[in-house]
Design a protein around this ligand. Structure first.
Ligand SMILES: *Cc1c(COP(=O)(O)O)cnc(C)c1O
Length: 368
């Protein structure tokens, strides 16, 4: 592996392929696989990751917002793209760029039918999103009759799928709640099929749903985090490989005498002589201030070095006392040998937030 000479997010496409095949193997042969690539493919790189997933055989993609779908089309992605959270202002773009909206509220339904008509569309694919307990986005069970009536009249759009989203699929103490969501989803889809007199395909599971509720696969699953190497549970993490490796180098080493301090507001104070290293990344790169002041560590030549003092915008300082290292040496922030999940936990957050927070300032680089 080439030595790094600045802060880089290395993207391991072999790891991506491994994760993709691992998940695929959990699916029935007929189940479609939607790859979630919102938020720059969970903070990695939309274009690189989506192109690779399309080669691997992804059936569908999903993004949160329309501009993310446009980026996928610009990258040459030809598979269908579901836009999970479109706003009315982007409906023209959705149709122009062949994206498929999630229809989650009455105003979205009415607005999208109007736009599809204006563009002279017939049976434009749309996906009906139902709320089964997350209480975030989606129609209610009670809306079924209204939706069916509107959909049957509208010729410009057609319900290609019906879907919902689980609230606690990773949480084993919420199995009863999840079973309830699954059963609500089942009822909704059955009743809707009858009213529409055709059968939109169905999907419900995210990553932890695939792992913990395989019986609810329906016609498609939607996975994000596991593709990037994290499974929300140690036993699944072990089967997956992190795609993103955040690495940097030591910019400068300092030898502190007792009672010297480090960083803004003198956040760290040395009781004993200490050796510190300054690294060229900070909260503007996605390593937030909650990782400072000794809670979190990085890896220098395989040894743990805590982040000390306050995280700066463009730099962090680490304690390398007793670690044999020099300026220019490589430092692993997170990745293969130091999981983003564990790193995130030290800052009281989750892998999702850490990964998607790595800012666009950090150079992305494919490794193989
Ligand atoms: C983000 C998202 C997913 C992917 O969730 P993971 O836990 O990353 O697999 C699936 N479905 C919806 C609706 C989402 O918003």
């Amino acid at each position: 592996m080439a030595k790094v000479r600045e802060t880089v997010l290395q993207l391991d496409l072999k790891a991506l392929a491994h994760n993709y095949h691992y998940l695929r193997a959990k699916l029935r042969p007929g189940t479609k696989f939607l790859c979630v690539v919102k938020a720059f493919a969970y903070g990695s790189d939309t274009q690189i990751i989506a192109q690779e997933l399309e080669k691997l055989g992804a059936d569908y993609f999903a993004v949160a917002y329309t501009n993310e779908g446009v980026a996928l089309r610009d990258a040459g992605i030809t598979k269908p793209i579901l836009v999970l959270h479109p706003q009315e202002v982007s409906f023209d773009t959705i149709i122009e760029r062949c994206l498929e909206p999630s229809i989650y509220a009455k105003h979205i339904l009415d607005g999208f039918i109007k736009t599809a008509k204006k563009h002279g569309q017939k049976d434009y694919p749309a996906h009906l999103k139902f709320n089964t307990g997350l209480n975030r986005l989606g129609f209610q069970y009670e809306d079924i009759t209204h939706i069916a009536t509107v959909m049957k009249k509208a010729t410009a759009i057609k319900a290609l799928s019906v879907f919902s989203h689980l609230a606690a699929s990773e949480d084993h103490s919420e199995r009863e709640f999840t079973a309830n969501q699954i059963s609500r989803f089942h009822t909704i889809t059955e009743e809707l099929d009858k009213l529409l007199s055709y059968r939109p395909f169905r999907h419900l599971l995210n990553t932890s749903g695939i792992m913990n509720y395989p019986e609810a696969q329906y016609d498609m699953v939607r996975s994000g985090i596991a593709l990037y190497g994290y499974g929300n549970e140690t036993k699944f993490d072990k089967q997956l490989k992190p795609v993103a490796n955040l690495k940097t180098i030591i910019s400068q080493i300092h030898h502190l005498k007792p009672n010297e301090t480090v960083g803004y507001n003198r956040g760290f104070s040395s009781e004993h002589p200490k050796v510190t290293a300054t690294l060229p990344l900070g909260h503007a790169d996605g390593i937030g201030r909650h990782y400072g002041n000794g809670k979190t560590f990085v890896s220098v030549h395989g040894k743990k070095a805590p982040i000390i003092g306050n995280v700066c915008m463009d730099m962090i300082m680490i304690d390398v006392t007793g670690i044999d290292c020099v300026e220019g040496d490589e430092v692993l922030i997170f990745g293969k040998e130091l999981s983003a999940q564990e790193f995130a936990e030290t800052g009281n957050t989750i892998s999702y937030e850490l990964l998607t927070g790595i800012s666009q300032r950090v150079k992305r680089m494919v490794i193989s």
